[in-house]
Design a protein around this ligand. Structure first.
Ligand code: ZN
Length: 233
């Protein structure tokens, strides 16, 4: 019908976009999700139904690397308060859902570097098992302009313990992009940015093994492979 249905995966609203005459729900599946059947709840007018989604297992390769600042891998007790405070803010950002009729779905690469770390890698950092890689890395020298992958609103900027200087962009419909390890941030929360607009300069801040840009795409709070959203050239 003409009216956009609403859909939820767990307790999160998911993006619903038009594809020709059909409405399509774009469901972000968390890396930690168990394979098997999961429910997508869909509401259209007064009708509500549950549609099962079959999730298959996916295997991601293992990556081992070291970062010079071991404290970023094994934080000190005095870091825990800061990490918890930042995690709370990150969780709030992940739960944002802004109604936007046509969210941008064809993103552009935030920096023109060589991809140096794929999405999903299981990671051993300084010999310790750590969370999987929730984004994609591009190797670029410090000071490279980092650009908005699509039009959006800056929802948060700041220096985060693990991610270093970071910018979060809200593209609407629960689609959020995140740019990490920046040397310099050139935008502020609340600012509306155009696709390709410079957000700051790349760097090596936070838990980082060398100068690079880390880029994450979140859909309904789940980090998904950014390549799925890269526009075809
Ligand atoms: Zn990364």
């Amino acid at each position: 019908g003409p009216e956009r249905p609403q859909a939820w995966f767990g307790d999160r609203r998911v993006a619903v976009v038009r594809d020709g005459k059909a409405w399509v729900a774009l469901v972000g599946l968390p890396l930690a999700l168990e394979p098997g059947l999961h429910d997508l709840r869909v509401a259209s007018g007064s009708l509500e139904e549950t549609k099962p989604i079959r999730v298959a297992a996916k295997h991601y390769p293992l990556q081992r690397f070291s970062v010079p600042d071991h404290r970023k891998v094994e934080p000190l007790p005095e870091d825990e308060l800061r990490i918890a405070r930042e995690q709370k803010r990150i969780d709030e950002i992940k739960s944002l859902f802004r109604d936007e009729a046509e969210p941008e779905l064809a993103f552009r690469q935030p920096a023109q570097g060589k991809p140096s770390g794929n999405f999903g890698l299981r990671r051993i950092i300084n010999g310790l098992e750590r969370s999987p890689h929730a984004g994609i890395d591009f190797a670029v020298p410090t000071g490279t302009p980092v650009r908005a992958a699509g039009a959006g609103i800056v929802v948060e900027t700041g220096d985060f313990f693990f991610n270093g200087n970071s910018v979060y962009l809200d593209h609407g419909q629960g689609l959020i992009t995140l740019y990490c390890h920046l040397d310099r941030i050139d935008v502020a929360a609340g600012e509306r940015v155009a696709a390709g607009q410079v957000l700051g300069l790349s760097g090596n801040t936070g838990r980082s093994s060398g100068p690079h840009v880390h880029w994450t795409v979140l859909a309904n709070g789940a980090a998904v492979d950014p390549r799925l959203f890269l526009r075809r050239k």
